[in-house]
Ligand binder design. Structure first.
Ligand code: F6R
Length: 359
């Protein structure tokens, strides 16, 4: 059954009329385009390394902030805060570089947070395809990175994230990134060839994983903090593309709570299929934790599957995990017979909130 659905280009056309799969496979091109857009972007006045970075954004736009936070965590010089809400913390002010990221430019939480960050004296940079955010940035004389319109926000991750990286590079907050971006693009291209639609189920691990996840609830665990936002991205892509519930968590924190939850009744444990995101650079202590956790708890799930990062640099490793998950979520949508692109529940929610505001 899986072969007939996942390996047939005609079925793909019918199940994915807006071609989400093609958008997902466009990630390496987006990485390059986003990086270039950030290199050409106007910088905030008095460019110098900021004392803190805030990323203001929701959902598919906000996840770029989570990626930035983990990538910068190792560097340890500049704190990054991700604001997924209407209000920003009081300490955000002069010296803080505030990326306001909204693909549509019309997400009310992001617009409110942008206004508040600006009022408190932060230096904003807007990243959007248009909407009110573009208007506000132009009105305020704030640097604006305009990205191409017409994508579902979650399918524009390269455009949304890489401008931030390039701007921070130019401000001297991050060093020697060119090589990491180049490697990331190479790894993503190679992965796209191996996991793309023309690689048949019997030699395509993303299609195989989607097949195992059908009828189960995916539980995605990141072995390391570098992969924490990748696990979140997997969960969100299962939600929005495959239209299923999913859980996510990260080692070592999950050893202090969620591991105990696997004491659930046998038949409930069997609903879950665990995906472990493993990093080739993970510490031996983490590998020990994962092995013990499998032994004590995770063996109770229906199944367990490991996905390993590829590449050497952090960017390539992180984004290889993301692309694997994006593709798996689209294949799972095909298997479930749902169109991966529309998210009517999110649209309806935004529409109703708009009505409430007007009444
Ligand atoms: C839709 C998606 C959503 C949006 C979110 C915020 O593809 O991923 O999570 O990203 O509703 O909207 P934007 O990105 O337009 O600010």
């Amino acid at each position: 059954m899986a072969r007939e659905i996942l390996d047939d280009p005609v079925v793909r056309k019918v199940r994915d009329p807006q071609d989400m799969l093609d958008l997902v496979l466009g990630l390496p091109d987006q990485v390059l385009a986003g990086w270039e857009a950030g290199k050409e972007a106007e910088l905030p006045p008095h460019p110098s390394p900021p004392s803190a970075v805030a990323v203001l954004g929701m959902g598919g736009s906000g996840i770029g902030g989570d990626l930035l936070r983990t990538l910068l965590a190792g560097e340890g010089r500049i704190p990054v805060v991700v604001v997924k809400d209407y209000k920003v913390p009081r300490w955000i002010g002069p010296g803080t570089l505030a990326f306001a990221v909204s693909y549509s430019g019309n997400t009310e939480e992001t617009l409110a947070a942008y206004q508040m960050a600006r009022d408190q004296g932060a230096s904003p940079v807007a990243i959007t395809s248009g909407g009110k955010l573009a208007e506000m940035a132009q009105r305020d004389g704030v640097p604006l990175v305009r990205i191409p319109p017409g994508f579902p926000p979650r399918a524009a991750l390269g455009y949304l994230f890489f401008p931030m990286l390039a701007v921070l590079h130019r401000l001297g907050a991050l060093k020697n990134l060119e090589e990491g971006v180049r490697e990331c693009v190479e790894v993503l291209r190679s992965l796209g060839d191996r996991l793309g639609p023309s690689a048949p189920v019997d030699r395509n691990p993303a299609k195989q994983l989607a097949t195992r996840l059908l009828g189960r609830i995916p539980v995605v665990y990141a072995a390391t903090s570098l992969l924490e936002p990748a696990a979140l991205r997997w969960k969100c892509q299962f939600n929005e593309n495959s239209k299923v519930l999913a859980l996510w968590n990260v080692f070592p924190e999950l050893n202090h709570n969620e591991t105990v939850g696997w004491g659930v009744e046998e038949e409930l444990a069997q609903i879950f299929q665990v995906v472990l995101l493993r990093d080739r650079e993970e510490e031996p202590r983490i590998a020990q934790r994962v092995a013990i956790t499998v032994d004590l708890a995770l063996h109770r799930a229906r199944g367990l599957h490991e996905v390993w990062t590829e590449g050497y640099g952090k960017l390539a490793r992180l984004f290889s995990a993301i692309l694997f998950g994006d593709l798996t979520s689209v294949y799972l949508a095909y298997l479930r017979g749902v169109d991966p692109t529309p998210v009517p529940v999110i649209e309806e929610l935004k529409r109703r909130l708009g009505e409430e505001e007007r009444s």
